[in-house]
Design a protein. Structure first.
Length: 177
């Protein structure tokens, strides 16, 4: 029966860990279960990297109000996206150069492989020695590519929510997600 005891707010967010404000006062982090005074209350949740959400709720004595709020990521930082793109591009260039140097390693230096510079088996005495440099460039490039991808993914704009639909077509059914 309603009317016995204070109203209770049960609040969670996706993701959890958001700071909860009730009428401007910090009351805890999600997930949260807390008794409140009856009446209209302004609930605000904040979490770093996400858009703050605010709701106006009316609480009735003895009622239990359960709320789940889906938080949306804040739009990406343009400067960090630019740095991520530069790191990705530079990393791909370094990785490509490293692979080229690794392919060139131990190949004969053609301009110096004539006459006495060739042994009895036909092998040139002068070979490219680019293995260590190629490996260093390839590893550096791979690290920069990884950092660039992480920066781009962490600073992407939020995707709009999509709803699932099933549509009839000429001879069957098509689903969109």
């Amino acid at each position: 029966m309603l009317g016995k005891g204070p109203p209770v707010l049960v609040l969670d967010t996706r993701p959890s860990g958001a700071l909860v404000h009730v009428d401007g006062e910090v009351v805890g982090k999600t997930p949260l279960e807390r008794p409140l005074l009856a009446g209209a209350r302004k609930i605000r949740v904040t979490l770093g990297g996400y858009v703050a959400e605010e709701r106006e709720l009316t609480f009735v004595a003895g009622a239990r109000e359960e709320v789940v709020i889906e938080l949306q990521r804040t739009p990406g930082n343009p400067r960090q996206r630019a740095l991520g793109g530069a790191a990705l591009g530079g990393g791909l260039a370094l990785f490509g150069a490293g692979v080229a140097l690794l392919a060139l390693d131990d190949m004969p230096f053609k301009k110096r492989c004539t006459g006495t510079e060739v042994d009895a088996d036909g092998d040139c005495r002068w070979l490219y020695n680019t293995g260590w440099g190629g490996a260093a460039l390839a590893v550096s490039g791979a690290v920069l590519v990884t950092l660039g991808i992480v920066a781009l993914v962490r600073n992407r704009a939020p995707r709009p929510a999509r709803s699932a639909r099933v549509l009839p077509t000429g001879l069957g059914v098509m689903a969109r997600f």
